[in-house]
Design a protein around this ligand. Structure first.
Ligand code: GLV
Ligand code: MG
Length: 325
């Protein structure tokens, strides 16, 4: 390990994160009763300009009045380039800050953006005498945000997670997309010709680099990397495939833009029984190896060593966190 110790963000379960427009309060109760880990009540892109004020009021009322159980509650404020943002922070934190766990900052571009919101939230928390500190979730969804992702990730002690906002990221980088978070047949490779001259088209994941880059920045700063939206909510298989790709890269969770996506995210982002059993066997085998003075041993014909212990521990820890939820 480096001499630089990475402080980990609070161990919050974040397998699924449901987006709920603040302008549609009729959806709140159902969201509160769902199986989702985190809910973000949206003031930004799902809310039309003339509904912003009403949505703010709805959210404040709902945070105070609805029983959200043990869910983590977040509010997505408007971007720092709008005149809505300061009131989003002031009104929501002043009037409902006690039930608010997180603030989601969209289109964050620089570390100074984080500093600005941190300053406002700190003043309000101090003035109100709140004992709990509100955490930050940042959506990395612009070319600028991706360029500065490491500085953003390190910009505040409140930082908890980075989210890949694929829709705005596509707009910002002028990427060609078909659906939000989907793939594009133009992003493919052609195999060499077979004997009969035929060639296969292999579709590829155009989001791989961006997501992997964000995962590194998140993990290097002790934050949770979370994959963003998948727009076609009638395509469960497509969602599951996207979530699996994200999980393989290290993401801990994925957004649900529709309640039907919650179960899919929870399923993909939870370790399976087989994985947990295997991890426990690795820990057991390494304990035995250690007792015998060995640093590496084989299990089921494969080498395991101290790095295997760390991987297994992460898995078992996650399973315990889920069981305790
Ligand atoms: C989320 O905000 C996105 O733009 O994908
Ligand atoms: Mg966005």
């Amino acid at each position: 390990m480096s001499f630089h110790i990475i402080e980990q963000a609070p161990g919050r379960l974040n397998r699924s994160e449901l987006a709920v427009p603040g302008s549609q309060p009729q959806l709140f109760e159902k969201a509160a009763k769902s199986n989702v880990d985190v809910i973000f009540l949206d003031l930004e892109d799902a809310v039309a300009p003339d509904e912003k004020e009403g949505a703010r009021k709805n959210i404040i009322e709902a945070l105070n009045d609805i029983d959200w159980g043990n869910k983590s509650m977040s509010v997505r404020i408007n971007g720092l380039d709008t005149h809505y943002m300061y009131r989003d922070v002031v009104d929501v934190v002043e009037q409902a800050g006690e039930r608010l766990d997180l603030i989601m900052i969209p289109k964050v571009g620089t570390a100074a953006d984080v500093y600005a919101v941190d300053m406002m939230v700190t003043q309000i928390e101090d003035a109100r005498g709140y004992s709990k500190r509100i955490g930050f979730e940042h959506i990395i969804e612009t070319a600028l945000g991706m360029q500065n992702v490491h500085e953003i990730a390190a910009a505040s002690k409140r930082n908890e997670s980075l989210h890949f906002g694929v829709a705005d990221y596509a707009a910002s980088t002028r990427a060609r997309t078909t659906i939000i978070g989907g793939v594009n047949p133009d992003y493919s490779v052609l195999t060499d010709p077979a004997e009969d001259g035929s060639r296969e088209v292999h579709w590829d994941d155009m989001w791989h680099y961006a997501l992997a880059r964000m995962v590194v920045a998140a993990r290097a700063n002790g934050l949770r990397p979370i994959d963003g939206p998948f727009g076609d909510f009638s395509d469960g298989d497509g969602y599951r495939a996207a979530a699996k790709r994200a999980a393989v890269l290290g993401c801990e969770g994925k957004w649900a833009i529709h309640p039907s996506q919650i179960a899919l995210a929870n399923e993909v982002m939870s370790p399976s029984e087989a994985e947990i059993t295997k991890a426990k066997r690795i820990l057991e085998a390494m304990k035995q190896a250690e007792a015998e003075g060995k640093g590496a041993v084989s299990l089921d014909g494969r080498l395991i060593d101290y790095a295997s212990i760390r991987q297994a521990e992460v898995l078992v820890e996650k399973a315990q966190q889920i069981a305790a939820n």
